[in-house]
Design a protein around this ligand. Structure first.
Ligand SMILES: [Zn+2]
Length: 328
């Protein structure tokens, strides 16, 4: 795989004229001690009219994606697809004015509140006071799971440069689809496959069947985990479909490095372990901390944000305990 490094992304050619735009792999994010270690990625088909899958969230990131495409295609990309309606995957859309921008109808649910989110994020990243407060509240939740001497930090380590939301106006896709949709870029077939609510209100993957390359959004991502048992079960079904039926050779994840088949299998094992161990050890009387210690998914955190599974297990615990209380 050839690679070209630019300011915001490493462009990795995963198949002929098909690229993963990978955000840097250092912990630079919203949470430093480990809920998310990478900003979001994009997938690029630089053939014919050109297709961009997801646009990240700052204008400089999106501009770099567009410039790379334009350089390789000889013109700006004509089509943009959003995998889901989370801010970090579509806020760059406005840079691609003039392109067809497609997304699943249901992703609009997640986009709905995003106008206010821009100013909230600016405040969060601009105010030391707000950061300190959040760190204390959030940090308390992860007591016992933070590495020694490493406090919880909610905010970008590298400063404003990497989180510059100047000029961002969340611009959801204008063209909404509901069913599987096929796009033809010359000889290249791209299938937009809706999966329903898995990681978000609505997740879509972009599948290139001839190349067996998958742009997965956050269905595959180092930081992604199910936050309810229903989502976990649905997610495992989706992973079975992707890994056993589509059988991709390369997966461009929503966050993290390009996945090969082994790495993808490891995500399935990780999710399976989360569900199985929860079911094995949960009782209506077990304290949360004890459940988490029994479940310990530490063997899966290599190359993954270390606190992500803790957050997911806490969400499953809260859901099950609430249900137990409701049932008397
Ligand atoms: Zn994401």
């Amino acid at each position: 795989m050839t690679e070209e490094k630019r300011t915001h992304f490493r462009f990795v050619e995963v198949a002929d004229h098909i690229y993963a735009a990978i955000s840097p792999a250092e912990p630079l994010d919203i949470t430093d001690a480990g809920l998310m270690d990478n900003f979001s990625n994009a997938g690029l088909v630089l053939r014919d009219g050109g297709l961009v899958c997801d646009t990240c969230f700052t204008l400089p990131q999106a501009e770099e994606l567009k410039a790379f495409c334009t350089e390789k295609l000889g013109h700006p990309p004509e089509t943009v697809v959003n995998t889901h309606g989370h801010w970090d995957h579509y806020w760059g859309n406005q840079v691609f004015a003039g392109a067809r921008v497609l997304g699943h109808r249901e992703m609009m649910k997640d986009c709905a509140g995003d106008k206010n989110k821009v100013s909230v994020f600016k405040l969060l990243h601009g105010s030391k006071l707000v950061q300190g407060l959040l760190n204390r509240v959030m940090g308390g939740q992860f007591k016992g799971w933070l590495p020694a001497g490493q406090p919880f930090r909610m905010v970008v380590r590298q400063g404003e440069k990497d989180f510059d939301l100047t000029g961002v106006t969340p611009t959801p896709p204008a063209e909404l689809f509901e069913e599987k949709t096929v796009l033809q870029l010359g000889d290249t077939r791209a299938e937009l496959i809706p999966l329903g609510a898995v990681h978000s209100s609505s997740d879509t993957i972009v599948w290139l069947p001839a190349e067996r390359v998958l742009f997965a959004g956050d269905i595959f991502a180092d930081c992604s985990l199910p936050m309810s048992m229903a989502a976990a079960r649905r997610w495992l079904e989706v992973l079975d479909y992707i890994l056993d039926e589509l059988r991709p050779i390369a997966i461009v994840p929503g966050h993290g490095e390009v996945y090969d088949a082994a790495r993808a299998e490891s995500q399935r094992a990780y999710f399976r372990a989360l569900v199985d161990r929860f079911e094995q050890y949960y009782t209506d009387t077990i304290p949360e901390q004890q459940l988490l210690e029994k479940m310990n998914l530490g063997e899966f955190i290599d190359q993954r944000p270390r606190l992500a599974w803790v957050m997911a297990a806490k969400a499953l615990f809260k859901e099950r305990r609430a249900a137990a209380k409701a049932n008397g």
